[in-house]
Design a protein around this ligand. Structure first.
Ligand code: HAM
Length: 427
């Protein structure tokens, strides 16, 4: 019987991977310009890290983690997100002693046992950043500016919305919670089954429940932003004013609370309204209490993560397959194939993308293949030409061709590609 992949854990096929690589390269280059360095943590960690970091009352910890016992000894979990692992590594490697302010990014698969649907997977990919060590509202503004620059300026995703909220900190959270619980006390029968449970475990999460009954109750409920302490209100006002200076358009979403418990103060999401139910492309916020909760010294932090599958679904459809580039070496006859292999080896060593047929296809079949591979040039090695030390060079964009001396063809092609690069950027 033929085995199938696991539902919610899609394959990335070769015809799609070039687009992913372009998005990843664009993102890495931008992150580097903002002063972030890459960190790679393992895909599994001790389960306790996520229970303590993300919070026991969250959907992720309650029902979405892939947890297993390693040979009956240690309880491990496939990472459902990247912030808790980064904080673990930050403390374990005493990063603060080297740099008081740490800026890192990560890119890789995350695992959550959610119900698979369009835009929601059990293995998905995030690019995330964490800036650890500063309370300054300017850091919030810079992090949000980075996210907006990535989505709008670099990836050019149209019609995005940036939603912003403040959900208070250790000083005002008890008041925020109490006011919400008091409001819900004689209305709780109108809440959905999940929110009934949230009342005791994680009441703030009721704010962003999608069920109609809960939404209408929440509409009138006291919002976190109305009960901020003085320090949180001042922080939020400064973040807003800096975003105005940076000309980042945002809307205040007073129901935005995020699904992980570590958030404090600023919380934000980037939404693509065209995507349907799973429309959050990225989310993040401050986590000023997390490092202390993980056993470290009291240290503030802020970050976000972008969901790559949702970004890919938001990019204008596969119209841009990239410019034609590289060379296809077509050969007629056994001797030509031998010479062609040597030529190809040299072209590749000189940095060119080079392809040829090793299956002894007809010339017509080879040209078909060359078209499919979207090469810019085709070098044709025929028996007659070779006898005269010549090859045929075809420019697939200009659709013209001419002969070039065999011994000059490599130099000639390398020169042509350099011109192409100068004119159009990287091939
Ligand atoms: P999150 O909101 O849970 O935040 O995830 C961030 C993004 O990952 C979401 O906006 C979404 O695009 C994508 N995502 C989440 N779950 C799925 C899924 N099942 N399928 C496809 N995409 C998904 C965090 O993970 C935080 N660690 C972000 C952060 C970093 N906060 C501070 N620093």
């Amino acid at each position: 019987m033929q085995l199938k992949g696991v539902r919610g854990a899609p394959d990335l096929l070769p015809q799609e991977s070039a687009r992913w690589q372009r998005v990843e390269a664009t993102t890495r280059s931008l992150l580097q310009r903002y002063g972030y360095a890459e960190i790679r943590t393992p895909v599994f960690e001790r389960t306790e890290l996520f229970v303590r970091g993300i919070g026991e009352g969250t959907d992720i910890v309650e029902k979405e983690m892939y947890t297993f016992t390693d040979q009956g000894e240690v309880n491990l979990t496939l990472r459902p997100e990247g912030t808790a692992p980064v904080v673990r590594a930050y403390l374990e490697h005493q990063m603060a002693t080297q740099f008081p302010f740490v800026k890192v990014y990560y890119l890789g698969p995350m695992f959550r046992r959610e119900r698979p649907q369009s835009g929601r997977y059990r293995q998905f990919h995030q690019i995330g950043v964490e800036a650890i060590g500063s309370h300054q509202p300017a850091v919030d503004a810079e992090v949000i500016d980075l996210l907006w620059a990535l989505m709008v300026e670099e990836l050019r995703i149209p019609d995005l919305q940036l939603r912003l909220n403040s959900i208070g900190d250790a000083a005002c959270r008890p008041t925020i919670r109490d006011r919400l619980l008091r409001y819900m006390a004689d209305r709780s029968s109108g809440l959905c089954h999940d929110c009934q449970g949230r009342l005791t475990r994680n009441p703030l999460r009721i704010m962003d429940c999608k069920q109609a009954g809960c939404q209408s109750l929440v509409a009138e409920a006291p919002k976190p932003i109305e009960s901020l302490c003085e320090a949180c209100a001042a922080h939020f006002a400064e973040v807003r004013s800096l975003l105005d200076i940076l000309k980042i358009p945002y809307t205040i979403d007073d129901r935005l609370v995020r699904g992980l418990e570590y958030y404090t103060k600023t919380a934000f999401e980037v939404i693509n309204p065209r995507l349907g139910a799973q429309n959050a492309l990225a989310g993040g916020g401050r986590f000023d209490g997390l490092i202390e909760a993980m056993g470290g010294p009291s240290t503030p932090g802020i970050g976000f993560a972008v969901g790559l599958e949702r970004v890919m679904a938001s990019l204008p459809s596969a119209s841009d397959e990239g410019a034609l580039h590289g060379v296809y070496v077509a050969t007629i006859g056994r001797e030509a194939q031998r010479i062609g292999m040597g030529l190809l080896q040299e072209l590749r060593r000189r940095g060119m993308r080079g392809l040829m047929d090793l299956e002894a296809r007809s010339l017509k079949g080879q040209m078909r293949q060359a078209n499919k591979e979207r090469v810019r040039y085709c070098v044709i090695l025929g028996e007659d030409e070779l006898r005269q030390g010549q090859v045929m060079l075809r420019d697939m964009v200009k659709a013209d061709q001419g002969s070039v001396a065999l011994e000059q063809i490599v130099e000639h092609l390398v020169g042509l590609e350099a011109v192409c690069e100068r004119e159009h950027g990287t091939p």
